[in-house]
Design a protein around this ligand. Structure first.
Ligand SMILES: *[C@@H]1O[C@H](CO)[C@@H](O)[C@H](O)[C@H]1NC(C)=O
Ligand SMILES: *[C@@H]1O[C@H](CO)[C@@H](O)[C@H](O)[C@H]1NC(C)=O
Length: 339
């Protein structure tokens, strides 16, 4: 027993040493990595060395790529979001050209996607377009795994998920899926939970990052913060402008959902994705995407945001776009944040 434990301890020490920056692996075959004499007899593993990243990032701190965002309340930042982010490809019903990781890598920090229950298994959440018979982009668990990996690799970034719950799947199934992908450890829980966090009380992006709670999650229907405290009810926090717009001038900023809601006390989502009618079905207008997603000009993100700003006296919190690789969505986001 004791010798097995010693062997394990030694193996653990060897692994820790291999993880040390600058530890050179022996080149010759068959040579074992040997712990230095000073630690080889120690029974408790030495603590992992603290990396230099904490110190250096304090000096040149950025939040979502800019130092200016660190000090801004989450509710006072504009994000350009990817609408139907999981539906990637060139078919008419697909909304994006580039995959989730590429969207995050290009700067998108707000991901919207539809969920439905799987055709085969009611308890499994799948990312499907309208119905899983029409388009099934894989499981929510695998999607969340991709986002988690990206968060692991990018410690100074805040990401938001806006999920729809088209089949009224139970909130605990969402919670289980978040837990099984291990992304729940990043999920932000408002200090007011289970009650609403008022607009003025949102933490800054810098606070979210330093607390490690860098994932903000909203669900359109069926959220219950007494059961899953980090999945927030979208329409408690936001209102939305009309969606499925087919007028390329995006003339409208009125409150579409929740119907009859007041703008006051709510952040807001502008649905800035253009559809065309294809044999009676509304599909994303791919050909027009560069113009729709431009920072300025007729029918652009900037033009619709200006109309909404005039109406509500503040910038949109979210502008959802199809084909985020087209046009100039990051430029538009920068401008909307006054940078
Ligand atoms: C952050 O914001 C606070 C209050 O709005 C302000 O007093 C402070 O100077 C800001 N800090 C930086 C680094 O901008
Ligand atoms: C953030 O606050 C500034 C100053 O009050 C305002 O001009 C801007 O529209 C706000 N942005 C958002 C997204 O609330």
């Amino acid at each position: 027993m004791a010798s097995i434990q010693q062997g394990l301890t030694r193996a653990l020490l060897a692994i820790l040493l291999l993880l040390q920056p600058g530890f050179a692996l022996p080149r010759a075959g068959g040579v074992q990595a040997r712990a230095p004499a000073s630690t080889s007899t120690s029974s408790s593993p030495t603590p992992a060395p603290s990396t230099s990243r904490t110190a250096s990032s304090a000096a040149t701190k950025t939040c979502n790529g800019r130092s200016e965002y660190c000090n801004r309340s989450y509710s006072n930042v504009t994000f350009v979001g990817s609408h139907d982010s999981a539906f990637v490809g060139s078919l008419p019903q697909q909304n994006q050209n580039i995959d989730i990781k590429a969207q995050l890598d290009m700067g998108i920090r707000y991901l919207q996607t539809q969920t439905h229950h799987s055709i085969l298994d009611d308890d499994t959440l799948e990312l499907c377009h309208t119905s899983c018979f029409l388009k099934d982009a894989g499981t929510l668990k695998s999607y969340l795994g991709t986002v988690k990996d990206w968060l692991d690799d990018n410690p100074d970034e805040v990401v938001t998920l806006l999920l729809t719950n088209g089949d009224s799947v139970s909130i605990t199934d969402f919670g289980d899926t978040f837990k099984s992908s291990r992304i729940d450890k990043y999920a932000f829980v408002p200090s007011s939970s289970p009650d609403k966090l008022s607009m003025d009380d949102w933490p800054t992006l810098g606070d979210l990052i330093s607390s490690g709670k860098r994932l903000v999650v909203f669900l359109d229907y069926g959220a219950d913060t007494t059961k899953v405290n980090y999945i927030l009810d979208e329409f408690t926090y936001y209102f939305e402008t009309p969606y499925d717009v087919t007028d390329s001038s995006f003339p409208d900023c009125k409150i579409d959902r929740p119907s009859g809601a007041s703008a006051s006390g709510r952040m807001y989502v502008v649905n800035h994705f253009l559809d065309v009618d294809l044999f009676g079905a509304k599909v994303p207008d791919r050909d027009h995407a560069a113009k729709t997603n431009a920072a300025t000009g007729d029918g652009s993100i900037g033009a619709q945001a200006d109309k909404c700003k005039a109406l509500y006296d503040r910038a949109p919190n979210v502008v959802l776009a199809d084909f985020v690789d087209q046009g100039g969505v990051m430029d538009a986001q920068k401008a909307l944040n006054g940078l």
